[in-house]
Design a protein around this ligand. Structure first.
Ligand SMILES: [Cu+2]
Length: 44
């Protein structure tokens, strides 16, 4: 995935999945530059 590219996808979580989940890049420089976000997982 390159800079300014976006992708849409669906996350299916089980009954313990709803809530806010942090995701981030494991490359420290990328993380410091903001390569992270929050998944808002809704109840089914
Ligand atoms: Cu990265």
């Amino acid at each position: 995935m390159g800079p300014f590219e976006t992708y849409a996808f669906e996350v299916r979580a089980g009954k313990n999945g709803p809530g806010e989940w942090l995701y981030h890049c494991h490359d420290l420089m990328h993380l410091m530059e903001g390569m992270e976000g929050i998944f808002a997982v809704e109840s089914p």
